[in-house]
Each structure stands twice: as structure tokens, then as C-alpha cells.
Design a protein around this ligand. Structure first.
Ligand SMILES: NC(=O)c1ccc[n+]([C@@H]2O[C@H](COP(=O)([O-])OP(=O)(O)OC[C@H]3O[C@@H](n4cnc5c(N)ncnc54)[C@H](O)[C@@H]3O)[C@@H](O)[C@H]2O)c1
Length: 371
């Protein structure tokens, strides 16, 4: 199989989808690996490091897409990349299609088989290719929130952990999954008062044990969230329904309950956002204000720490890339039902139910799309 790794072109995206270690594994298994020149630069990985493990360095995206069969990326393809996709391609990357009908249509028109990292499941129903980036994003969420609470940045001017004699900030985390738990751990470490909301009681039980009394767990409902909002300084939105558009947990009207210059961090923005007033932002211009509340809604938060994120991501994706390259997409999804759940678009059809529902299109069985 010819495996291609392009340079990411999304704004402020510095990750790369394969490290030299991955090249070595693929080449040792008999595959050909093409890496676009400069693809690893943002993650401190030079072309030579790839070439020395057997990769061929190609000058541009046009040649890379032209020669590769399996294209491995980090973020959803941008319009100039969609134009290079063909029916013979398998694309393996984050897609987040439930929030983007236009991207979904573009991928359908390409005819390519598009496998989304974020809907691949393991044998326990967890999301093994989302989890590493959720760990990173959760930790960044608290750091970013603490920073945005500083007065010169438009925040309330409260120190997350306080000092002896002066209380720290109150942090509300809505969604206690991988993002939420990591955000909470950093907030606990910074000595804030932390409240984690989830609707899954078994998850709340697990969190309660993990926190060991250092954060409160709360059942999430419209009323319970509303009752806490007047007291909190920072809210981190981290809810997810697998593959679907994010549920809305704070409305615009509820912003008026909050303290002036409090901060909302919407990590779920890649699935459409969980606050009514959220809209996607970038690392270059991460925040805006609505009704006196700062909103931080960066869609590729882990892209800011590529030296950590590239390794965390590729450690998780590498076995799947190897499997797809060695068995082909049909063989790999037959052998791994969890990988089959990653196929969101194939042969011009949407093949993943929650995406089809979110974008208002019919769903087709994966086998039909790939055939
Ligand atoms: N912005 C970024 O750069 C970035 C990076 C990584 C992950 N994410 C996103 O963060 C979100 C969370 O990811 P995750 O890995 O933590 O997911 P997860 O599945 O581990 O956790 C989601 C949690 O939300 C809970 N939940 C669902 N509906 C809820 C509701 N109404 N109220 C309270 N809790 C609710 C679920 O029970 C679950 O525990 C996803 O949308 C993911 O795509 C964004």
C-alpha cells in the first residue's frame, strides 16, 4: 500500500499524522510511505528523520495525493485538499462531520472512503483515537481558562487557586469524560473549587473515586447547571454523544446568570459546540465576548502543543494505519468492527448514522458505500 502523509494546512495546526517510528513500522511491513516535505516541521520532525526510516519525501500535496492510496492526516481536509481526493483514496483523519454539512457534501462528491478517528470504537465502546487528544485538550482547557480569567485578557481578574486568606475560583466542568476528567485534574492541581457534571451515573461514580474528594460530582440537568452558574468563574464544556452534534447545555439567556467577565471554554466546539453562543475560533484569535462573557472555542486545541500531541496521537493511530495498509480497508473493517464504525462517508454516501441525522442525509450501509 502507498501511504501518504501531507502537511496540515488548517490554521495554526502544527501536528503531523505519522512520526519516523511509524514510517519504520510501515516500511518494515512492506509498504511505501510518502511524506510531504516539511510535514513534520511544526512538531520538530525534519524531513531527514523520515527519510532515514525509509520514507520518500515529496515536494507538494498534489504529488502526494496523486501517488498515495491511504492518506493519513490530523485535521479535516480543507477545500484545497478535498479537491485532490478521488474515489480510489482512503482518508484516515479527524472529520467531525456532524457539525459540518458542507464538508460532508465535499467528501461525498470526492467518492473517497473517509474514516473518522473520532468515531472508531474499541471493544469496550470507548473512543481510542479521540482519547489522546481529549487528554491534551482537557488539560489545555483549564490552562487557557485560567489565563483568560486574567484582567488584561478581559477576564474577571481572579487567580484560579486563590492565596491563603483569599478564596480561589469556582470551576464547573460539564461532561466528565476524557476531556472533563483531565480538565478537572488540572483545576484541582491549581487548587480551584471544582464541580464536574455528567448525566451518566456510572461515570460519576468512577470520577468520584478518581477525585478522592478533591472535586464534587454533580448530576447534569438544566436546573442543576442553572443553579450553579451564578457562582462560577470558569465553565468548561466537554460533553459528547458519539459522532453526533453536541447537545446544548448553556443557552444565551443563561449567560445573564453569570458573573461579568466569567469565562466559557467550549471544548465540544468541534462537534458544533455545547453553548448556544459558541462559534469556532483559532489559536491566533481564540476568544470573543457575548453579553460580557468571554468565549474560548478553539477547534484544534491540541494543535498548540504539537510536540506532545503528535506523539500522543500517533501512538494511538499507528496500529490502525498498519492494519489498513496491510489488510486494505475492506479487510480491516471486516476484521475490526470498531474500525468499521469509523467509516463516515464512502462511495458518495454517508455511512454513519449520527452524522446522517445531524446533516439531514440518508444513511447507507458501509459495505454498500465501499463496494
Ligand atoms: N476542541 C478541541 O480541540 C478538542 C480536542 C479533543 C476533543 N474535543 C471534543 O471534546 C468533546 C468531549 O470529548 P471526550 O473525549 O471527553 O468525550 P467522552 O465521550 O469521553 O465524554 C463525554 C461525556 O459527556 C457526557 N455527556 C453527554 N451529554 C451530556 C450532558 N447533556 N450533560 C453532561 N454530560 C453529558 C457523557 O456522559 C460523557 O461522559 C468531544 O466533542 C470531542 O470531539 C475537542
Amino acid at each position: 500500500m502507498k501511504v501518504g502523509v501531507p502537511t496540515e494546512v488548517k490554521t495554526d495546526e502544527y501536528r503531523v499524522a505519522l512520526t519516523p517510528a511509524g514510517v519504520r513500522e510501515l516500511v518494515d511491513a512492506g509498504h511505501e510511505v510518502l511524506v510531504q516535505s516539511g510535514a513534520g516541521e511544526g512538531s520538530a520532525l525534519e524531513d531527514d528523520a523520515y527519510a532515514s526510516q525509509g520514507a520518500q519525501i515529496v515536494p507538494d500535496a498534489a504529488e502526494l495525493f496523486g501517488r498515495a492510496e491511504l492518506v493519513v492526516k490530523v485535521k479535516e481536509p480543507q477545500p484545497e485538499e478535498i479537491a485532490l481526493l478521488e474515489p480510489r483514496h482512503t482518508l484516515f483523519t479527524y472529520l467531525h462531520l456532524a457539525a459540518d454539512a458542507e464538508l460532508t457534501r465535499g467528501l461525498m462528491e470526492s467518492g473517497a472512503t473517509c474514516i473518522a478517528y473520532e468515531t472508531v470504537e474499541d471493544d469496550r465502546g470507548r473512543l481510542p483515537l479521540l482519547a489522546p487528544m481529549s487528554e491534551v485538550a482537557g488539560k489545555i482547557a483549564t490552562q487557557a481558562g485560567a489565563f483568560m480569567l486574567e484582567k488584561p485578557l478581559g477576564g474577571r481578574g481572579i487567580l484560579l487557586g486563590g492565596v491563603p486568606g483569599v478564596a480561589g475560583a469556582e470551576v464547573m466542568v460539564i461532561g466528565g469524560g476524557v476531556v472533563g476528567m483531565n480538565a478537572a485534574f488540572i483545576a484541582i492541581g491549581m487548587e480551584a473549587a471544582v464541580y464536574v457534571y455528567d448525566r451518566n451515573i456510572d461515570r460519576l461514580r468512577e470520577l468520584d473515586v478518581a477525585f478522592g474528594g478533591r472535586a464534587d460530582t454533580c448530576f447534569s440537568s438544566t436546573l442543576s447547571i442553572e443553579q450553579r452558574l451564578p457562582d462560577v468563574d470558569l465553565v468548561i464544556g466537554a460533553v459528547l454523544l458519539h459522532g453526533a452534534r453536541a447537545p446544548r447545555v448553556i443557552t444565551r439567556a443563561q449567560l445573564s446568570l453569570m458573573k461579568p467577565n466569567a469565562v466559557l471554554v467550549d471544548v465540544s466546539i468541534d462537534q458544533g459546540g455545547c453553548f448556544e453562543t459558541s462559534r469556532p475560533t483559532t489559536h491566533s484569535d481564540p476568544t470573543y465576548q457575548v453579553d460580557g462573557i468571554t468565549h474560548y472555542c478553539v477547534t484544534n486545541m491540541p494543535g498548540a502543543v504539537p510536540v506532545t500531541s503528535t506523539y500522543a496521537l500517533t501512538n494511538a493511530t499507528m496500529p490502525y494505519v498498519l492494519h489498513l495498509a496491510s489488510s486494505g480497508v475492506r479487510g480491516a473493517i471486516a476484521e475490526n468492527p470498531g474500525l468499521k464504525l469509523g467509516v463516515n462517508v464512502a462511495g458518495g454516501r454517508v455511512t454513519y448514522q449520527p452524522v446522517a441525522e445531524a446533516v439531514g442525509m440518508p444513511v447507507a450501509p458501509v459495505e454498500e458505500g465501499i463496494a
